[in-house]
Design a protein around this ligand. Structure first.
Ligand code: FE2
Length: 283
């Protein structure tokens, strides 16, 4: 089995997340935080401010007038888009590399993450699910951060992992745990703690495949789980682990959703997919 301390130490090899981005993640978790607070935070980091303004003024958003300030940007585009742009700016360097262990080429993990955040947003908006929607969006975006490190170890152990998945009925994350000693949910939660993400965000990262039964009644965690499942069903930049996770159909009933609703989300996301993917070129 792998030396887990080596895995944990490897977190420090990633490019650190700017403190402003971490604070934005914490604010996004708090349903009472205001757009002004978020804008004020962004203003404390001139590089992020400049990049957010550049991205807002790109042809992608096609805004009728020039966005001159972060306050303007937040008001015009909404909090989720701003969180997405700030995180794209701060995290994409880490995400964009190829993640060989998972069979993900350059940019694919980030594309999957962005698409699943949009799927989560569609689920919340179109089905009127009462939840902290900014948290759901953000959590869907960062749920797989553990893969940034674990991919290196999965690459060495893929044969053993595949045997457990193909012949012994393990899900991919159960096999990661058995072979490496830790799965990408646990490692992701450790990274999130180290980077001082908020508590609920850490919880969702740790439980986004719903391995722990108690997470199956947590609305935000279930939404992130379903968004991931929808992306896998659509084959959206999923790697060797695509569809090798458990499907807990009972959570649909609990969320008052049907399989038809998921189909509907798939149709809506397919229609928007080109537009969402072109957002990735803004970085
Ligand atoms: Fe995952």
């Amino acid at each position: 089995m792998t030396d887990l301390q080596d895995v944990i130490d490897a977190i420090d090899t990633l490019k650190p997340i700017p403190p402003v981005a971490t604070q934005i993640l914490v604010l996004a978790e708090d349903i009472n935080s205001s757009l002004t607070e978020i804008a004020d935070l962004i203003l404390h980091d001139p590089t992020i401010t400049a990049n957010v303004l550049r991205m807002c003024n790109s042809a992608y958003f096609g805004l009728a007038r020039k966005v001159e300030s972060v306050q303007d940007a937040v008001a015009l585009l909404g909090l989720d888009r701003i969180i997405e742009l700030v995180l794209m700016d701060s995290l994409s360097d880490n995400f964009i590399d190829e993640h060989q262990g998972y069979g993900l080429g350059e940019g694919e993990l980030w594309r999957h993450s962005v698409l699943s955040a949009h799927v989560a947003q569609t689920l919340v908006n179109h089905h009127g699910i009462s939840s902290n929607k900014h948290l759901v969006f953000t959590a869907a975006l960062v749920k797989d951060i553990g893969k940034l490190i674990l991919g290196r170890y999965v690459a060495f152990s893929l044969e053993k992992i595949n045997i457990l998945v193909d012949s012994r009925g393990y899900s991919f994350n159960e096999a990661e745990k058995e072979v490496i000693g830790m799965n990408h949910e646990e490692l992701g939660a450790l990274m999130a703690k180290k980077w001082r993400f908020g508590e609920k965000l850490i919880y969702i990262i740790q439980n986004h495949h719903l391995s722990d039964e108690s997470a199956r009644v947590d609305t935000e965690t279930v939404l992130v789980y379903l968004a991931d499942i929808v992306c896998m069903m659509m084959g959206m930049s999923t790697g060797v682990d695509g569809l090798a996770y458990r499907f807990y159909s009972d959570v649909l009933k609990r969320m008052q959703l049907t399989e038809n609703d998921l189909q509907q989300v798939i149709v809506e996301t397919s229609e928007k997919r080109g537009k969402i993917e072109s957002l990735l070129n803004l970085v």
